[in-house]
Design a protein around this ligand. Structure first.
Ligand code: PRP
Ligand code: URA
Length: 206
């Protein structure tokens, strides 16, 4: 299911990121902050389990998170979302998937994958600012399912309708979270109006 997170702070910060005058430092900082705000919204439905602890005043029946959380940034651009989410969920483990998109065919090519040992029973959040054709996100989710992951959330900032449809068709069990559903893809596979090339803007490589 698609969830578009229309929180005013998320929208405001995304506007800063879309602006072509925004430089690397501010782009990175806004991405970090938006990722944290999105994580706060997305974590609303994390399962809890009942526990008994001792406060300084005596016993207390209360709750704590029932499942561990694993973050899977898609390299490179997904790296820009990791720290903002770790600020909220500091116990999360982090795996990495390296994919690049062929500039002509838009097909994703895997060049790296490293996962925490056990993540089958974790809540797994796949991170990538851009959901364009959906090829990279769909391939990453397939890799995670091959490793037994059952609870997977896809967290992107900007999505195109084409990418949302691709992930919904390939993985109907995965919740998709966006800060904005944009208009379309252009002829070279970029999201319009989008924010340009997220990896280049985060790392200052163009
Ligand atoms: C970008 C982006 C996504 C992918 C989205 O990465 O960060 O991973 O494209 O496109 P898709 O939905 O059509 O697959 P890119 O391949 O440019 O690599 P980079 O992050 O290393 O710059
Ligand atoms: N990757 C990006 O970084 N931006 C887009 O608009 C599409 C793919």
């Amino acid at each position: 299911m698609l969830h578009v997170l229309n929180h005013p702070l998320i929208t405001h910060k995304l506007t800063q990121m879309r602006n072509k005058e925004t430089g690397t430092k501010d782009f990175r900082q806004n991405l970090d902050e938006v990722a944290g705000l999105m994580a706060y919204e997305i974590s609303r439905d994390l399962p809890l389990k009942e526990v008994e602890i001792e406060t300084p005043m005596g016993p207390c029946q209360t709750y704590e998170l029932a499942k561990s959380v694993v973050l899977i940034p898609i390299l490179r651009a997904g790296l820009g979302m990791v720290d903002g989410i770790l600020d909220l969920i500091p116990t999360a483990k982090v795996g990495h998937v390296g994919l690049y998109r062929d500039e002509e065919t838009f097909q994703p090519h895997e060049y790296y994958a490293k996962f925490p040992k056990s993540m089958k029973d974790s809540v797994v959040m796949v991170l990538d600012p851009m959901l364009a054709t959906g090829g990279s996100a769909s391939a990453t989710i397939s890799l995670l399912k091959e490793r037994g992951c059952k609870s997977i959330k896809l967290v992107c900032l900007v999505g195109a309708p084409e990418g949302v449809k691709r992930v919904e068709d390939d993985h109907p069990d995965v919740d998709i979270y966006l800060a904005s559903l944009d208009e379309k893809l252009n002829e070279v596979g970029y999201i319009v109006p989008g924010l340009g090339d997220a990896g280049d803007r985060i790392f200052g490589t163009k």
